[in-house]
Design a protein around this ligand. Structure first.
Ligand code: ARG
Length: 290
């Protein structure tokens, strides 16, 4: 009886011990797995996030505001780069962006025209368009806000006046009223080089040139290829009196948050240069590849 009791006690004790030990083990494991795992989890998550980022860089993935589309925003008043004809955008950059999108397996989608000085901020803010291609000169100020692709075109400024004007060049701008498009490098040039001229800015080049025709402004500083095009096709009573060799280069603006998109566009652009498409588009709009 005693023995049995003892044996009973012993077995109860052993059972308790086993139970306690296994509970400890469970807790230890749980502790280990919860504590250990959660910290492991955190680092695993971080690592996973990092490796996703790394993978994003590696696999070249980029984001698009609308799936399957390269959404472009521009100030569509800049022929022969972009112009609205019967409500449709057309021009060198329109063709180039269409070809780039196609090369990337995307459809190009032009948003309605936007004020030029709103383009870089819109791309920097994100969410509206993937890119802006609008004869945008690559400048250090803009590069602080957005990324640019490789240059797509060289350009310079020029001074446009109404035929018969007494302004024969930059030396005659002092005290005159100079017009231009808001936020452009032409306006920057005028501010720097004609400090005592009055400067009037407009949202669209058609308004700038209409102001020149009506005498509201006496000279316009704008990109030469666009001035040449406008004068030849619409504003024949105006003329270029001086070319200003600023040595500008246009780039496509992309958000700094989307570096792989910039890389993918550069790759597509290179391919279009290699396969002759870029030259074809250049010939179509400029009749020369210089
Ligand atoms: N190249 C000049 C600049 O970047 C003028 C561009 C104007 N572009 C336009 N689409 N209106 O400031």
């Amino acid at each position: 009886m005693k023995t049995k009791t003892y044996a009973n006690h012993l077995s109860k004790f052993l059972l308790c011990l086993i139970a306690a030990l296994s509970l400890c083990a469970v807790f230890a494991l749980a502790g280990c797995s919860s504590g250990g795992d959660s910290s492991a989890d955190t680092s695993a998550t971080t690592e996973a996030a990092e490796s996703t980022d790394a993978a994003a860089t590696d696999d070249g993935s980029y984001t698009l505001v609308e799936e399957g589309k390269l959404t472009v925003v521009a100030s569509i008043d800049f022929p022969p780069f972009e112009n609205l004809v019967d409500g449709q955008p057309e021009g060198f950059e329109v063709d180039l962006m269409t070809a780039i999108a196609e090369q990337m397996g995307l459809e190009v989608n032009y948003l309605p025209t936007m004020k030029f000085d709103a383009l870089v901020p819109a791309i920097a803010a994100g969410g509206t368009a993937d890119v802006s291609a609008a004869g945008i000169t690559i400048t250090p100020d803009r590069e602080a806000e957005v990324d640019f692709t490789d240059p797509i075109m060289d350009s310079n400024q020029c001074i446009v006046v109404k035929k018969g004007s007494d302004i024969a060049g930059s030396a005659d701008l002092s005290g005159k009223i100079i017009g231009g498009q808001s936020g452009t490098t032409g306006i920057d040039w005028a501010k720097e080089n004609a400090p005592d001229a009055e400067i009037k800015t407009f949202d669209e080049y058609t308004a700038v040139l209409a102001a020149l025709q009506s005498g509201q402004v006496e000279a316009v500083v704008m990109d030469k290829p666009v001035a040449d095009y406008y004068i030849l096709n619409a504003y024949q009573d105006c003329e270029v009196v001086e070319a200003i060799p600023t040595g500008e280069q246009y780039g496509i603006a992309v958000s700094k948050d989307n570096p792989n998109l910039t890389a993918a566009i550069n790759e597509a652009l290179q391919e279009l240069k290699d396969n002759g498409t870029y030259e074809e588009i250049q010939m179509k709009w400029f009749g020369t590849t210089d």
